[in-house]
Design a protein. Sequence first.
Length: 248
Amino acid sequence: MLEDLCHEICGLYGIGVINKSQAQDKSAWNSVPYNIGDTGWSILDRYARYQGKLLYDNGYSALVIADVATQATTVLNERSPLTSYSYNEDITQRYANYEVIWQPFTTQSQTGLPPVFSATDPQAGIFANENRTLVTINSTSDQDGTLAQRFANWQANRNYGRSRSVSVTLQGFTDAGGQLWDVNQMAAINLPMINVVSDYMVTATVSYSYNAQSGSSTTMTLYPQEAFSFEPTTLYQSNPALQSLPGS
């Protein structure tokens, strides 16, 4: 289980683990294969992506396991104690179409061009008739193309989500309910002055500051939920007997 793996690795460094995830792990694994050059974080990151869960540190240097926020817990509008807010959109990394060339599990009996799996930008019509296409070769062996399709979907959603963000600065460190502003919180945003109306975004960064003139304030950056889509990955079971070094 991911929590057990986090405890095992983080315990070596005296780092605590807090599991906020409500979703069950996809499956258990018999062993955890390591790659040359792996760090503790790279191992945990790989398994977290496989399980579709976030890993981040909290203000007390503990590792947090969490699901991406899906329900709004607060509201940001013109009645909120905002001192500044802005909207940013950059579509230079977005494409109308995303095509992933399938690398089959075996090349035997394969003839002609390999199949292509595709996805489109979630915002229909943003590129009009422009055929802006990103082509990627799936670098992981894929028996039936399922992973290639998931990769295409991930690219479309991730690039869309990362292209739009809202930055806000508010008075104080807590929301209307008295809860400390934190990452991975979904907010319902209604700020017509920056053309963001009835939108839902998740906090990606939170910083707190205090000075004698203006007191305490919190600055946050929020992205659409799609920005937190997980890059698909495949875990391979390994034979524990093969993990022993020669002569050991």
